[in-house]
Design a protein around this ligand. Structure first.
Ligand SMILES: *[C@@H]1O[C@H](CO)[C@@H](O)[C@H](O)[C@H]1NC(C)=O
Ligand SMILES: *[C@@H]1O[C@H](CO)[C@@H](O)[C@H](O)[C@H]1NC(C)=O
Ligand SMILES: *[C@@H]1O[C@H](CO)[C@@H](O)[C@H](O)[C@H]1NC(C)=O
Ligand SMILES: *[C@@H]1O[C@H](CO)[C@@H](O)[C@H](O)[C@H]1NC(C)=O
Length: 425
């Protein structure tokens, strides 16, 4: 029964002594050969100051600054017992304890801090399945950096970009009886086609390493062909009578096969038509999964301009189909001149807005000048309703003189290539 009070007495003693000596820092991580300052303080003058570093107990005197462990502080009278520890040794890893005289009584006071002498971890190891993935696959990898003191810090990169999403909490483990720590961290991710060929990097950083160490794995992700532009593709700037090249860019992994359909001819690439008028080239690998697929028209004739070419690409995982038209117009400004495109779009939108509001106004005020004609289908479509309104023909006429040519060359309003079929038909 006397055990309990004795236990509390002990606890109290520990608590009191711990509280009386103020030690800073409580913990430090220092490289071998580095320097550390430890300061213990009590609120009364002292006449001795000792510090245990490793297995050696040093008596620190303010006027003796010889050696690797020397006094530092404002003096014993200020109650300060500090050590400047130079050339930190590996075997000093562990506790550093200062020992100070008590204010009253004869039991010395102690303060303890923890010195971690940094030790470089082993090489990072990246554990990831060695396989070819599909886009949409769940992927996870683990990186293990063994035996660091303290544990190494892991960061993940995908290409040059740091991975922040899907990074799990790091898990620290250590062998029993060892103060070296092994850290492991997982990442998981749903793969996309953009991840193909990217390098997954686990980077280990540590105070004892001058350079981070890395483990890498290149990802291989396969995906069906993906188109780079939507809708009908128009190739501009072809010349009647000259050779024309229709090129379409697709992205795919594995490499796609291509098949062109021209009229009733089917040309699986690479193939030249019997008459020699069309040549389907082998898809050209431009790197990063991009392929340039080209059909050569030997001599562009009027009917070549009028038709639609169909391209089908297939890489075993899926297929994509394209409709391609050609035009003898120069490439529209919108494609190359960005400011021109913006101005063009703004002007186009304004014209449509004016047309719509004038139309609505005219309709509402019953001033529809073509009241005799049927406009039911014209009214909801701002673009079509331009044509029947003479004022707008005037506005458009100045910049769009070829509006009623009614052929593939269509109009100068090439910012809206999707309108072309309307005018052509
Ligand atoms: C170091 O000090 C802590 C308390 O601060 C103590 O628990 C531990 O046992 C000490 N380690 C050694 C090796 O003395
Ligand atoms: C990390 O991944 C490994 C295998 O890749 C697995 O065994 C482990 O359970 C994972 N850990 C966590 C915390 O998800
Ligand atoms: C076609 O080739 C031209 C260069 O001759 C290039 O500027 C253009 O981007 C290519 N188009 C496609 C869709 O690849
Ligand atoms: C695609 O191929 C065409 C014709 O073979 C060529 O003129 C063009 O430069 C290529 N485009 C690119 C981006 O390589």
């Amino acid at each position: 029964m006397a055990v309990l009070p004795a236990f509390f007495g002990l606890l109290l003693a520990v608590f009191v002594s711990g509280q009386n000596v103020d030690i800073t820092p409580r913990e430090a991580v220092i490289r071998i050969g580095g320097e550390l300052r430890v300061l213990c303080k009590v609120p009364y003058p002292i006449d001795s100051c000792r510090m245990t570093v490793g297995t050696t107990s040093y008596r620190l005197l303010p006027d003796n600054l010889q050696g690797d462990v020397v006094y530092t502080g404002q003096g014993l009278k200020s109650g300060e017992c500090g050590a400047l520890i130079k050339n930190v040794l590996e075997e000093w890893n562990g506790n550093i304890t200062c020992v100070l005289p008590p204010q009253t009584g004869n039991i010395e006071l102690k303060g303890t801090m923890r010195l971690l002498v940094a030790r470089a971890p082993g090489a990072p190891e990246l554990r990831a399945p060695m396989q070819t993935f599909r886009d949409g696959d769940k992927f996870s990898a683990q990186c293990v950096v063994p035996d660091g003191r303290p544990a190494a810090k892991i960061t993940w990169y995908l290409g040059d970009v740091e991975l922040l999403q899907g990074v799990h909490q790091p898990i620290l483990t250590s062998e029993p009886g060892s103060d070296l720590q092994t850290v492991s961290q997982n990442v998981s991710r749903t793969l996309t086609d953009d991840d193909d060929s990217r390098m997954l990097v686990c980077r280990a950083e540590h105070l004892a390493l001058d350079q981070p160490r890395e483990a890498k794995r290149q990802l291989i992700v396969q995906y069906p062909p993906k188109r780079q532009e939507f809708g009908t593709i128009t190739i501009f700037g072809l010349k009647l009578g000259a050779e024309g090249r229709l090129n379409v860019t697709v992205r795919a992994n594995p490499p796609p096969t291509a098949e062109w359909t021209v009229g009733d001819q089917i040309l699986p690439a690479p193939r030249r038509s019997d008459a020699g008028d069309f040549t389907a080239l082998e898809p050209l690998n431009m790197g990063n999964g991009f392929f340039n697929i080209t059909l050569i028209v030997a001599r562009v004739a009027k009917e070549d301009v009028d038709r639609t070419y169909y391209l089908r690409v297939d890489n075993g995982l899926g297929r994509e189909e394209f409709a391609v038209r050609i035009s003898t117009m120069d490439e529209p400004a919108g494609v190359e001149l960005d400011t021109g495109a913006i101005v063009g779009i703004v002007v186009g939108v304004l014209i449509v807005l004016i047309a719509v509001s004038l139309g609505v106004f005219a309709f509402a005020t019953d001033r529809w000048c073509f009241a005799g004609r049927s406009h039911r289908t014209d009214i909801p479509d701002g673009a079509d309703s331009e044509a029947p309104l003479p004022p707008h023909d005037d506005i458009k006429g100045s910049e769009n003189p070829s509006h009623d040519h009614g052929d593939y060359i269509s109009n100068g309003d090439t910012k809206h290539p999707e309108k072309k079929p309307d005018t052509a038909v």
